[in-house]
Design a binder for this molecule. Structure first.
Ligand code: TXA
Ligand code: MG
Length: 312
C-alpha cells in the first residue's frame, strides 16, 4: 500500500486524486470539493449510491464562509465553539460553490471539523475535503490503516494516523429543520447538544422518517452474523463464537472473548476492529449485548451501531 507523507497526500489531492486520511472517528476517503472526477472516483471506489451525500471537512472556521450562508448563525457558532474540532457534523444550507456531487443534489451540506492533527494539517494544505468513511459500502467503517487496505488493497494512497480514538462515525445534526434533529448518533450525544443549544433536539427515530440518506442502507456490518444478547441468563457460547461482553476487563489472550470492562469509550474505539477480526478469524457468530447505561454519552451511538450490525 502506498503509505504517503503529509506532503505527498496533499500533493495527490491537489492534483485531483483521492487519498484515505485519519480522523478521530474513522478514516475518510478524501477529495477536494472542486474536483468533480475525484468525487466521482470516491463513489466508484466505495460502490456508494449516488444519492448518499458526503460530509465536507474543514480545518478552520473561515472555511465555513465559502460553504454556507449560515457561517454566522448563532447555533452554528455555539456548536462549533464547543464541539469543533470533534465528532459532530452539522447539516446547514449550502452555497452554490458546493457541488451536487457532494450533496447528492440536496440544498443542504453536512460539515465537520475533525479532531485529528494530520487531518487538520492536510485540510490546511488542500482546502475543504469531501470524505465518506474509507470502507466499501456495507462494510464496517475503518478505524485502522489495515482496515482501509483490507477494503481497497494496495492501490489506494493512505495517510497513516494510527488507530482512531473515537472509533464510531460522527453525530450528524440537521440544523435546517424547525427543531434540530440528530440524523445519526455519534460521539457527541443529544444531551450534550441540547445543553449548548438550550433547546430540545429530536432524533430521526422519533419521527419515523429517515432523512439522512446514508442511514437507509445496512451498515457497519461484519460478514459474521451478529447476535444480540438481551437477557442476563447464563450464556451458552456456541462453538467458535466471539463474545463481546461488558463484564471483565480487556484481555486479548482469552480466545473468543472480549471484555471491555463496561468502558463504552473503549468499546467504541475497538468495535469495528473486533468485527473485522471476527471475519478474518472465521468466527461463526458474534454475540454482543446492547449498552445499558443510557447516561453515557456514547450510549446512543453504540446502541445504534450494534443493532444495525445485527440487522435490527
Ligand atoms: O465520522 C464521520 O462522519 C466520518 C469521517 C470520515 O468524518 N465520515 C462518514 O461519512 O461517516 P459517511 O459518508 O460514511 O457518512 C455520512 C453520513 C451519511 O449518513 C449521509 O447520508 C449523511 O452523513 N449526510 C451527508 N450530507 C447530508 C445532508 N446534506 N443531509 C443529510 N444527511 C447528510
Ligand atoms: Mg460510511
Amino acid at each position: 500500500m502506498p503509505k504517503r507523507t503529509l506532503d505527498e497526500a496533499a500533493g495527490r489531492i491537489n492534483g485531483g486524486g483521492v487519498v484515505a486520511f485519519p480522523t478521530e472517528t474513522v478514516y475518510g476517503l478524501g477529495a477536494r470539493i472542486d474536483h468533480i472526477p475525484a468525487l466521482d472516483r470516491i463513489f466508484e471506489l466505495k460502490g456508494r449510491p449516488g444519492n448518499n451525500p458526503l460530509i465536507v471537512h474543514i480545518s478552520n472556521l473561515d472555511m465555513l464562509r465559502a460553504l454556507t450562508p449560515w457561517h454566522e448563525h448563532p447555533k452554528v457558532k455555539a456548536l462549533a465553539d464547543v464541539f469543533w474540532p470533534g465528532p459532530l457534523a452539522i447539516v446547514v444550507p449550502r452555497n452554490p460553490i458546493v457541488p451536487d456531487r457532494v450533496t447528492a443534489g440536496l440544498e443542504t451540506v453536512a460539515i465537520r471539523m475533525p479532531n485529528h492533527p494530520l487531518a487538520l494539517q492536510l485540510i490546511e494544505m488542500t482546502g475543504a475535503l469531501a470524505a465518506p468513511s474509507a470502507n466499501r459500502s456495507g462494510r464496517p467503517s475503518p478505524t485502522r490503516v489495515a482496515h482501509v487496505v483490507e477494503d481497497f488493497g494496495d492501490e489506494l494512497d493512505v495517510l497513516d494516523g494510527g488507530p482512531c480514538t473515537v472509533g464510531l462515525e460522527s453525530t450528524v445534526l440537521d440544523l435546517t429543520s424547525v427543531q434540530a434533529a440528530v440524523l445519526r448518533p455519534g460521539g457527541i450525544s443529544s444531551k450534550q447538544i441540547e445543553e449548548v443549544l438550550g433547546e430540545a433536539v429530536t432524533s430521526d427515530r422519533d419521527e419515523g422518517v429517515v432523512r439522512s440518506p446514508g442511514t437507509r442502507y445496512r451498515h457497519y456490518a461484519p460478514k459474521t452474523p451478529v447476535q444480540l444478547v438481551i437477557d442476563d441468563g447464563p450464556l451458552t457460547k456456541p462453538a467458535n463464537a466471539l463474545v463481546i461482553s461488558p463484564d471483565a476487563s480487556p484481555d486479548r489472550s482469552v480466545d473468543g472473548f472480549y471484555g471491555y470492562g463496561g468502558d463504552y469509550g473503549l468499546l467504541a474505539s475497538e468495535l469495528y476492529d473486533r468485527f473485522r477480526q471476527a471475519d478474518l478469524e472465521g468466527r461463526a457468530v458474534i454475540m454482543i449485548s446492547p449498552p445499558r447505561d443510557r447516561s453515557h454519552p456514547m450510549h446512543a451511538a453504540l446502541d445504534n451501531r450494534i443493532r444495525k450490525a445485527a440487522d435490527l
